[in-house]
Structures are given as structure tokens and as C-alpha cells.
Design a protein around this ligand. Structure first.
Ligand SMILES: *Cc1c(COP(=O)(O)O)cnc(C)c1O
Length: 382
């Protein structure tokens, strides 16, 4: 059996080596390392793939979130609501911009922002909602858009984990994750579903005016060379990374499919184990097993018999990598503690941090590996 990896970047590279190498060579041949033609080409290809008017490439997913919030003109004291159960980057940029982060609990089935908790958190100071499409599953955008409309709030989708996912609205129309709110952001960190070989990120929007503003902000606030209209940042996707991404983008759908297939294998293997809760795919509120609203950036189980930590160690001993995403609720983190937060308002997150475990999930998992992983887990949790 091949050694099991949490994310098998080397195995994936070997499958696409020629295209990626050629793409990188093209950049070396042209020596246009910053804002080269491949950056434009990748931008255009991603706009077509996502069916969105504007893609603004930038240096990483955290910058993408920060620049999106700067572009919307959010100001000190404005409240921005996001999920308590996510990677810290989401709340970090809110705090960094001196906006007021408001963390709310998540849904016990999808682990995405809880709609009732979101409604309760709205005050006259609320300006934006940041749904995170956690672990690759799109948040309930029907409900989020409705709330945003009612209260005139911006919606910023943190789509670092769900690029390629489709959201199906209640009326049956489909839209790519990240292109539904006023603005969406993503990360091309190597282990993300569309990863480059370094850092990278992008911002998506259908709003022409916002796109123009964002293009200036990523480039030192310049709209005309050496004229700085607003305070900006320096955040670029470099040409080599764009070359890697251009080579990998045509494979994204097949990558999503490979992840869903691995998830299906896991789901079947664990279906009858009373100590395990498998992921629910129910973005729009209804359980769906065939839709593409979950692209499994992570495959995350809940272990209900209190043996999560023992399982974690047991699997590591057997050579099966696994991880706890996330071990601490954001509202309990030193950096983000706030006297406004009451423990009783976070029952779901407080439970998840004790029960979740994420299994190896990538595009190169084979049946032999999946069988070994699932048998190791079911025999331990008999
Ligand atoms: C990875 C990630 C980010 C940050 O992306 P970087 O490219 O690492 O800066 C932001 N939000 C979420 C939910 C992520 O998973």
C-alpha cells in the first residue's frame, strides 16, 4: 500500500507533471514574474469557470478577505458577523481592520453559520455577514441572502474551502460558491481544493464598481500609475503560481469528483456505526447526496463515545494521518475573547471541538488505502 497522506500533493503532481512543468517553463522563458500574461489568462479562465464577471487575483486567501472588506468601505466600529467554528483568518482580518467581529454558533449538521444565531446577532451596527463554506460545503445562501436583504447587509463569502462547489437555490437555479454574495474570496494555498505551489488567492464579484475599487486596492491604491487614490496594499498572485493554477483549473471538476467519491466510500463504511456521525450534505436545508454543494475540502467525522482523542492517537500509530479541525472555538481564543460572548450561546461549536476528527482527504486516495483507514476506525470503535 502507498503511504497514506493527509493531502497527497506529490502524488497529484506526478499525474500532471508535464502540463504544470510546461506552464512554469513558459513563465521562465518570458521572465515576466509579476503580472505576466499567465496571470491574465488564469484570471480569464477562472472567470469563465465560475461564471462571474470579475476575478481579482491576490497574494493569499487572508489578503483576499481583508481587501474585500476594505473595498466595501467598512469602517471602524461596524459589526461583521461570522461563524465561531472556522479557521482564524476570517475573524483575524475583521479585527485587523478595527471592525467589530461578532462570532455566532454553527449548525449542528452542516457546521456552517447557524441561521437563527445569525438573526439574533444583528444590531443597528451590523454591516456585513461572512459565511464560511466550511470543509467544502456551501452555507445556506438562500437564508443568508434573505437576511442580508432585509437588513441591508453585505455578504462576503469566505470560499477558501469550497471552490468548484455549486449551490442550488430553492428555486432550482445553480451558482458557483463564492459568486453568490456581494463578493467572495478564495485561497490557493497548496492543500486547498485548487492549490498552487506557494501562496495565492483571489476575490470574485459581479459588481463592476466594486471590482474596479478592488483592483486598485491590491495595487497600492493606484488606478493611474503613481497616483494613489486610496490606501491600498501590495497583494499579487505571481506569474509562476498563476501558471500552476492555469494548468490545474481544467482538472478542478474531476478533483471535486474524486473527493466526493472518497467521501462516499467513507460514508458507506461508517453508516452503521453508532459511535460515528458522518458529514451531512444539506447546504440549502435539505439533505442531498447527489448534488455538488459539498466538495469535501475536509472529510470530518464526529466521534460520539468520548474516544476522539484516543482514536486520533491510535490512527497515528497505524500510520494514518488525521487532524482536529478545529480544536478551539474562536470565541475562546485569547486574541478574540470578548465579554459579550456567553458560553451558552455556543453549544454546537463547544461540542464540535471535542468530537470532530478529519480523515485523509485528497484526489489520490485509492481503494486499498480507504479500506485500511475505514477498517482501522471501525475496529477501534466497535
Ligand atoms: C485557508 C483559509 C483562509 C486563508 O487562506 P490563506 O491563503 O492561507 O491566507 C481563510 N479562510 C479559510 C476558511 C481558510 O480555510
Amino acid at each position: 500500500m502507498k503511504k497514506i497522506q493527509m493531502v497527497d500533493l506529490q502524488g497529484q503532481y506526478q499525474q500532471i507533471k508535464e502540463t504544470v512543468d510546461n506552464s512554469i517553463q513558459e513563465v521562465l522563458n518570458s521572465s515576466t514574474y509579476i503580472n505576466g500574461p499567465l496571470v491574465k489568462e488564469f484570471q480569464k479562465n477562472l472567470e469563465d469557470y465560475l461564471d462571474v464577471k470579475h476575478v481579482i487575483p491576490c497574494a493569499n486567501g487572508t489578503d483576499a478577505l481583508q481587501i474585500a472588506m476594505m473595498g466595501l468601505g467598512l469602517e471602524q466600529g461596524d459589526e461583521v458577523i461570522t461563524a465561531d467554528f472556522t479557521f482564524a483568518a476570517t475573524v483575524e482580518v475583521i479585527a485587523l481592520l478595527k471592525l467589530t467581529p461578532v462570532l455566532v454558533d454553527v449548525d449542528p449538521k452542516t457546521y456552517n453559520i447557524d441561521i437563527d444565531a445569525l438573526k439574533k446577532a444583528i444590531t443597528p451596527k451590523t454591516k456585513a455577514i461572512v459565511p464560511v463554506h466550511l470543509f467544502g460545503q456551501v452555507a445556506n445562501m438562500d437564508a443568508i441572502l434573505e437576511i442580508a436583504k432585509e437588513h441591508s447587509l453585505f455578504v462576503i463569502e469566505d470560499n477558501a474551502q469550497a471552490i468548484g462547489a455549486d449551490y442550488t437555490f430553492k428555486n432550482g437555479t445553480k451558482q458557483k460558491a463564492g459568486t453568490i454574495g456581494n463578493v467572495g474570496t478564495t485561497s490557493f494555498f497548496p492543500s486547498k481544493n485548487l492549490g498552487c505551489y506557494g501562496d495565492g488567492g483571489a476575490i470574485f464579484t459581479n459588481d463592476d464598481e466594486l471590482a474596479h475599487t478592488l483592483r486598485g486596492i491590491v495595487n497600492h491604491g493606484m488606478y493611474t500609475r503613481y497616483y494613489h487614490d486610496v490606501v491600498g496594499v501590495n497583494s499579487r498572485l505571481d506569474s509562476i503560481q498563476a501558471g500552476v493554477l492555469k494548468a490545474k483549473l481544467p482538472l478542478l471538476d474531476s478533483y471535486c469528483e474524486a473527493r466526493r467519491n472518497a467521501a462516499r466510500f467513507y460514508n458507506n463504511a461508517f453508516a452503521n456505526n453508532s459511535n460515528i456521525i458522518t458529514p451531512t450534505t444539506a447546504s440549502c436545508g435539505e439533505v442531498c447526496d447527489t448534488c455538488n454543494c459539498h466538495v469535501f475540502h475536509q472529510y470530518t467525522l464526529q466521534i460520539t463515545n468520548g474516544k476522539r482523542d484516543e482514536l486520533h492517537k491510535h490512527l497515528l500509530d497505524k500510520g494514518i494521518p488525521n487532524a482536529i479541525y478545529y480544536p478551539v472555538a474562536l470565541h475562546s481564543q485569547k486574541a478574540y475573547k470578548d465579554t459579550r460572548y456567553k458560553e451558552e450561546n455556543f453549544p454546537v461549536t463547544n461540542n464540535l471541538i471535542k468530537t470532530v476528527i478529519s480523515l485523509p482527504m485528497h484526489t489520490e486516495l485509492d481503494t486499498e488505502q480507504l479500506t485500511f483507514i475505514t477498517e482501522s476506525i471501525t475496529s477501534f470503535l466497535k
